[in-house]
Design a protein around this ligand. Structure first.
Ligand code: C2O
Ligand code: CU
Ligand code: CU
Length: 563
């Protein structure tokens, strides 16, 4: 039960302060005048007359604490919905940072009787800040995360990952967008930025008379997933966005618990997919539809220049066939069509030429892989399993040496989809059933790959140098707590140092690139200090030297904490 502890300070959250659904006559006249004078920005509420609700944009995170607590939000106009909120919002604030920034936040658990940990899906944090379920804190407690942003720009997200509660807490609202941006790069490439760059967190909701985000799966739904019958985009039902005829960038996240979306426009128009979970794919891929599984992200360019002003077009999830499970509920099943949102073309505009040069990601080479691991996805005694095992919080299922490329092979022995997700590393999709992957959502660096019923998918995964405990799991959140494994990324082994002692100088060298190793020196093997000055790249090595009078000085490479 969600408590009403906030009743003493009634809070009817309007998710977007400037989007009240009822305008006073004075406001209406003012808006009309502004619109006539051309003073309203595209996408702003120049046109209030569309049916449904204007797309909400969660507030941008202000750097303060992120507090999870039960609250009341206005999702359907005029109705109060019980939800779990982050800083009073569903979805939570959007975190926007740049490469080189440091994400430093206090996470506060003000839930009622529920532990909490947040996971940063798509980031590469040190293991201790990754949001493993064993890092959950009790109600009333808080913890601090410090994550240096060292990866390429990407559209990521964050969500609850509490032991045995992920599905329930995410469904009730504990999720938000996390964008790693580089507006300068995007401007150079010719990608839309600012108000033409719109995140769309898409999730489904199972309608009920009390308009609550109530999570109450049946036995059947525990097996097949908790599927809703309505879509919320950024927490907006029947969402619409006022656009011009130009080119728009949409960042799409499937934040559903279990629903696979086959996304396309209702006029079957062509649009372009250019980014994946881990950033740019290196191409502008024309598509009319693509499959997006829970946890996956894609960025698209869409242009509306062939629609007359006053027209509209809708984004929908299209039908796809799946062997119908027996005995299920009558409501929309996996693969059933659902409307997502509508774009109203309210102003003239000119679409930009498509960017022609897209930097290609540096994907791992299959030939350099050191080993293959097999993961059989099955069902044993009504529970979802990996290699016939159900997840156990305290069991480490396998160990991975750092800095290596491995082939992971997923074999789906069930009749359901399993979007397989890895924490702390990205991968390249190599094949589906031994053929080259053809899905737009297989391009680039991925952290989540859909394994369709009875399919075998191979990926090449590259591990970084940050040791610790990470997770592999199905992102159908009804499966997650069972179909999950712990793996330990082992301590990195420093590359060998070459030390040349001359008459008056010592030259220390090691392989380049060094993956973040830093040289230290010591005279007594007890007190170590960082070597002064930067090493120089010489051929394929890094060289560092000093003139020294100490006949016995020691050197070592260390991996700085929190790298
Ligand atoms: Cu988005 Cu471990 O999950
Ligand atoms: Cu993740
Ligand atoms: Cu699954």
């Amino acid at each position: 039960m969600i408590s009403f502890q906030l009743m003493d300070k009634p809070k009817l959250e309007c998710l977007r302060p400037d989007s009240s659904s009822v305008l006073t006559r004075r406001q209406w006249i003012k808006l009309t005048a502004l619109a006539a004078a051309g003073m309203l920005l595209p996408g702003r509420r120049a046109f209030a007359a569309h049916p449904g609700n204007e797309l909400r944009l969660p507030p941008i995170w202000d750097g303060g604490p992120l507090t999870a607590e039960p609250g009341h939000v206005e999702i359907w106009p005029g109705r109060i919905t019980n939800a779990l909120t982050i800083n009073g919002h569903v979805p939570g604030p959007t975190i926007r940072l740049k490469r080189g920034d440091r994400f430093d936040a206090e996470i506060v658990n003000r839930l009622t009787g529920e532990d909490l940990v947040l996971h940063w899906h798509g980031l590469k944090p040190p293991a201790k800040f990754d949001g493993h379920p064993n890092q959950s804190v009790s109600p009333g407690q808080s913890y601090r995360v410090k994550i240096p942003i060292v990866q390429d720009p990407a559209f990521c997200w964050y969500h609850a990952h509490t032991h045995d509660l992920t599905a329930s807490q995410v469904y009730r609202g504990l999720a938000g967008a996390f964008m790693i941006d580089d507006p300068e790069r995007d401007a150079v490439l010719g990608l839309p930025t600012g108000s033409r760059d719109i995140p769309l967190l898409i999730r489904d909701w199972k309608s009920n008379p009390s308009f609550a985000l109530t999570y109450a799966p049946s036995m059947f739904e525990h097996m097949w997933g908790y599927l809703g019958n309505t879509i919320l985009v950024n927490g907006t039902p029947d969402a619409w966005l006022s656009v011009d005829q130009g080119t728009w960038r949409f960042r799409l996240l499937n934040a559903c618990n279990a629903r696979v979306l086959r996304i396309g426009f209702d006029d079957n128009r062509t649009f372009h997919v250019f980014a994946s979970d881990g950033g740019l794919t290196g191409m502008m891929e024309p598509v009319t539809a693509f499959d997006l599984s829970p946890g996956q992200r894609v960025e698209i360019l869409a242009s509306f220049d062939n629609i007359p002003v006053g027209g509209s077009v809708s984004l929908r999830s299209l039908f796809f066939p799946i062997a119908a499970p027996a005995g299920g509920p009558a409501g929309p099943r996996q693969g059933d069509p659902l409307p997502i949102m509508t774009f109203h073309i309210d102003q003239v505009g000119i679409s930009d030429p498509l960017p022609t040069v897209m930097p290609a990601p540096d994907l791992p080479d299959e030939l350099l892989s050191r080993r293959t691991r097999n993961f059989n996805l099955g069902v044993v005694n009504g529970q979802h399993t990996i290699n016939n095992q159900v997840y156990q919080l305290g069991r480490t299922d396998f160990e991975v040496p750092p800095g290596e490329i491995e082939i992971w092979q997923f074999t789906n022995q069930t009749a359901n989809h399993h979007p397989m997700h890895v924490h702390g590393a990205f991968f390249k999709v190599l094949s589906r059933n031994a053929s080259l992957p053809t899905l737009p959502t297989d391009r680039g660096w991925r952290d989540t790959v859909t394994v369709f019923p009875n399919e075998t998918v191979r990926v090449a995964i590259r591990f970084g140098p940050r040791p610790g405990l990470y997770l592999l799991h199905c992102h159908n959140l009804e499966h997650e707590h069972e179909m999950m494994q712990n793996f330990a990324l082992l301590d990195p082994v420093p590359p060998p140092l070459d030390i040349q002692q001359g008459e008056s100088q010592v030259v220390v060298s090691w392989p380049n690139p060094s993956d973040g190793w830093v040289l230290e020196s010591s005279d007594d093997l007890v007190r170590w200090q960082a070597a002064e000055g930067e090493p120089q790249a010489v051929a394929n090595r890094l060289e560092w030297w000093e003139t020294t009078h100490a006949p016995s000085r020691f050197y070592r490479l260390v991996m700085p904490a929190n790298l």
